[in-house]
Ligand binder design. Structure first.
Ligand SMILES: [Zn+2]
Ligand SMILES: [Zn+2]
Length: 462
């Protein structure tokens, strides 16, 4: 075969799935203008036994945990018709993320604001897991009966950032300016929107298909719910975003659900040393069970924490010429190869052991310092305030900083692989689900998260 001659296999594939064929089929099914979209949607739905015409959601009533200026509560929402570009998903479970604790428990007029603009009533949550009930006519990837994960971050696959492998900052995210869409109204006629255009704390999630990842698994809904946000954030940070090298050293600051997922990811990658740094004793113990090789209490280590991590990361062979590490005078040749900072600011005072700094700034700075010169720092938390670093070392010492929203995850390609890790028994999502609640007790679930008396709280629908 010459270079000019395509392989037989390629010729056959090209002949059977040519673009012209697709257009012709679309035209035949849909007939005339708009045929491609109509044809595509019919093609997607006709092929499964669960295919059904789009049910009319208009006027249907669902229960939802909603934030208004008066606070958050579970109320009834009357739905609008389903848009052509949206999907309705019967929710199985959703996770209580620490980042929305203030919206669930706070008071004041600003609580319904946030990404996507101020709205009067907002269904809380940013994704979950459920089963597709209905799809709009322009939706091609999904059909009724599909079980899907609705992720906290979209992955449209077409925007500037998705095309460059940064689905975590996809421009379809309301935080990038995508407007929130009203999906229904309260009994007094107030329009109802959803946090992130997904919600989660409602009997139905009504969202765009670019938030949906099919989940072909028997894993429980509460396990999968952890992959909608926190589990995928920690796991993705060290496996797909900044893959940890086997045999390397990893320090993880914070052993909440994100940190515990990063610890498991580092173990899966084959890290030799995994240091968990966490003030809450129960979480340190869980970290050790899930893969940490040592767990440190930052309140005990105090200002000596960075030196302690550098000490722990000294290899048996410390001679420069054998590829080991020397202890140099200024010390920053030591430290962890990979540091994952998951600590953010406290929205409320924890009911258990408190960390050394409620703003999260001190641990974030320590994370940078304990990253060895030439090492990689991944930051995932949401600290509050400004951070200052020694400019010379920042500029010259070769540390590489990766900032990842949703752990740098590209949901459509990465999350199915995380589901596989659950199925293979490698990623223990069950261990992260420390309490479950019905929708009516959503506030109680968020209180436990704010108090840090639970690791992962999940609201499950029956
Ligand atoms: Zn979240
Ligand atoms: Zn995108």
């Amino acid at each position: 075969m010459t270079e000019d001659e395509p392989s037989r296999e390629f010729v056959e594939r090209r002949d059977t799935v040519s673009r012209r064929d697709v257009i012709r089929k679309g035209a035949a099914v849909g007939g005339g203008a708009g045929a491609l979209i109509t044809g595509g949607a019919l093609f997607a739905q006709q092929s499964g036994p669960t295919a059904s015409p789009k049910p009319d959601l208009a006027g249907r009533k669902i229960r939802a945990f909603i934030r208004t200026s008066a606070g958050a509560s579970v109320v009834e929402v009357k739905l609008q018709p389903l848009r052509d570009d949206m999907v309705a998903i019967r929710t199985e479970a959703t996770q209580c993320c620490y980042t929305i604790v203030n919206q669930a428990l706070g008071s004041g007029a600003n609580g319904a604001g946030g990404a996507g603009g101020a709205v009067a009533a907002r269904i809380l949550g940013h994704g979950g897991v459920g089963v597709v009930e209905a799809v709009g006519s322009a939706v091609r990837r999904l059909r009724p009966g599909d079980r899907v994960l609705v992720t906290n971050t979209p992955n449209c696959g077409e925007c500037y950032d998705c095309l460059r492998g940064r689905g975590d900052i996809c421009q379809m995210n309301p935080s990038a300016g995508e407007p929130l869409v009203a999906i229904g109204e309260l009994t007094d006629g107030t329009p109802v929107h959803q946090h992130n255009n997904t919600g989660g704390f409602a009997e139905l999630m009504i969202t765009y298909d670019w938030y949906c990842v099919p989940a072909f698994t028997k894993a429980s809904a509460s396990e999968l719910a952890m992959l909608g946000c926190v589990g995928a954030t920690g796991l993705g940070a060290v496996t797909t975003f900044v893959p940890v090298d086997f045999g390397s050293s990893v320090a993880v600051l914070g052993a909440g659900p994100v940190g515990l997922s990063a610890i498991q990811g580092a173990r899966i990658q084959g890290a030799a040393r995994i240091i968990a740094i966490e003030p809450i004793r129960a979480r340190r113990e869980l970290a050790l069970r899930l893969g940490a090789t040592v767990a440190l209490d930052p309140n005990v280590e105090g200002s000596g924490l960075v030196a302690k991590v550098r000490e722990l990361c000294q290899d048996a062979a410390t001679r420069k010429l054998l590829g080991g590490r020397d202890r140099t005078a200024n010390g920053d040749s030591g430290g962890a190869d990979f540091v994952i900072a998951t600590v953010g600011a406290d929205f409320a005072q924890p009911a258990v052991e408190r960390g050394p700094d409620p703003t999260g700034l001190q641990p974030t700075r320590q994370a940078w310092e304990m990253t060895r010169a030439g090492g990689r720092l991944v930051t995932l938390g949401v600290p509050r305030g400004d951070i200052s670093l020694p400019a010379g070392a920042w500029s010259n010492r070769g540390r590489i900083h990766h900032a990842g929203q949703y752990g740098g995850v590209n949901a459509k390609s990465d999350v199915p692989r995380f589901v596989q890790l659950i199925d293979m028994g490698k990623f223990d999502a069950k261990a992260l689900v420390t309490s479950t609640y019905p929708l009516e007790r959503s506030k109680e679930a968020f209180q436990a998260v704010a108090d840090r008396t639970t690791v992962g709280a999940v609201v499950v629908f029956t």
